[in-house]
Design a protein around this ligand. Structure first.
Ligand code: GLU
Length: 435
């Protein structure tokens, strides 16, 4: 038996009455949203509309485990906004997924899509489970039942999921299949980040890391830093961190530190990223025991004396005490929400350029958009075309955010929020409120 509960119009007052100091990601998003909306002089109705998720779905996902035992997992899907188009955003599988986190991530998707001008709203999903303790069969049953429960929510014109933490191409393929079985036709455009053979796009796997690279190069240019003189530390060695490391190394940067859940790895002469990717692949996706490096802890990595720091793991990594010790000249946020709101001012006062998540990691959703376009056209592009268009979109977005930040004399983060919120607010005013 499954049930679904829609929670409409979560009270804004309730949300912002919660303590701002905490590291709740929704509050972190709201803290920046508030600053940007003051700059834009948003009226209170618009403020409330844009900060309230349009729909929050919570659904029980029952799964018969391999042992025969029945377990029930919590499935979440939040559509923050569909003003600009269908909801868009990944699904994460993690033991600590919480509806507040998913609400923040969904709102970030709205702003991210607006920053890179792709015609989507913002959404995000999560299932509270520990995928590392589940067999492929259990994960397949979980994914299919989650999809079936949300069958009226998803759709190429309604809400389009994608991979996020601990979800991948195979999981997207199961979503396509489950959705298609219910629709009685094959519908590949219902998710992005699919395997290429099943309507996926060239370049999608590398897209987020590639966008991080483009933003890093653009930021370095502004500061007069040359790639072959720059040192880099990267937190996280998943799809975003490892690709970013590889691409920045190809640009001539020296990657001196990377980390994954097994710990941090440092080599002052530069790490061999290709070798580390191969090592991790052969070691059940873990760098544990990698020989050509000394081990360092998380905080040491984040506060290394490097030019570029790329947090590409998860939320709330650059806390206030960490921010006080950061030595990098540029922080490029590969992860969503890696910096707590209270650290913004510290980093700004220290003169550190922070290229915010909603710009820096928007390469992923940009190529998701290209994938959706290709699926709907039934015409597929070469990798060169995808990369060229991605690079152009990221460069334009960086330029637009930079201009907005200069115009109002604000950080790139608030510049990105101002630009995004202004676009969505203008669209909403033109649409009006249907009564
Ligand atoms: N999960 C990715 C993100 O946070 C990609 C979302 C998408 O492509 O829809 O941006």
């Amino acid at each position: 038996m499954s049930f679904e509960k829609n929670v409409y119009a979560v009270s804004l007052q309730h949300e912002i009455a919660m303590k701002v100091e905490s590291e709740n990601p929704f509050e972190a998003m709201m803290a920046r949203f508030k600053v940007a909306s003051d700059i834009l002089e948003l009226d209170s109705g618009m403020f409330e509309f844009l900060s309230t998720p349009a729909r929050v779905h919570i659904t029980a996902v029952p799964v018969v485990m391999d042992s025969g035992e029945l377990k029930v997992f919590e499935g979440i899907r939040v559509i923050h906004s569909d003003t600009m188009g269908p909801g868009k955003g990944g699904i994460r599988f993690a033991p600590d997924v919480h509806v507040d986190e998913v609400k923040a991530l969904a709102a970030w998707m709205t702003w991210k899509c607006a920053v890179v001008s792709v015609p989507f709203g913002g959404a995000k999903g999560g299932v509270r489970c520990d995928p590392s303790k589940m067999s492929p069969g259990e994960l397949e049953r979980l994914t299919r039942r989650y999809t079936a429960n949300l069958i009226d929510v998803f759709g190429p014109d309604r809400d389009i999921p994608a991979p996020d933490m601990n979800t991948n191409e195979q999981i997207m393929a199961w979503i396509v299949d489950t959705y298609s079985m219910h629709m009685r036709r094959t519908e590949t455009a219902v998710v992005t980040g699919k395997p290429i053979v099943l309507g996926g796009s060239q370049g999608r796997v590398e897209a987020t890391g590639r966008g991080v690279m483009t933003c890093t190069l653009a930021g370095m240019e502004k500061l007069g830093l040359r790639p072959n003189q720059a040192t880099v530390a990267i937190q996280g060695f998943g799809n975003v961190g490892s690709v970013t490391a590889k691409l920045l190394q190809m640009q001539g940067c020296k990657i001196v530190a990377v980390s994954d859940v097994s710990g941090g790895y440092y080599n002052e002469n530069g790490l061999d990223i290709e070798a580390m990717i191969a090592y991790s692949k052969n070691n059940r996706n873990s760098l544990a025991g990698y020989p050509e490096a000394t081990s360092i802890d998380n905080e040491t990595l984040l506060t290394l004396d490097v030019d570029i720091l790329v947090p590409a793991a998860k939320e709330n990594q650059i806390t206030v005490p960490v921010a006080e010790k950061v030595k990098a000249k540029i922080i490029v946020e590969g992860a969503n929400g890696p910096t707590v709101a209270h650290a913004d001012k510290i980093l700004h006062d220290k003169g550190i350029m922070v290229i915010p998540d909603i710009l820096a990691n928007a390469g992923g959703v940009t190529v998701s958009y290209f994938e959706w376009v290709q699926d709907r056209q039934g015409y597929f592009w070469s990798k060169e075309r995808v990369n060229r268009r991605l690079d152009r979109k990221m460069e334009e977005a960086f330029h637009d955010v930079y201009q907005t930040a200069s115009k109002y004399d604000i950080s790139l983060r608030i510049g990105a929020y101002v630009m995004a919120i202004d676009k969505v607010a203008r669209a909403l005013r033109l649409r009006g409120i249907y009564a």
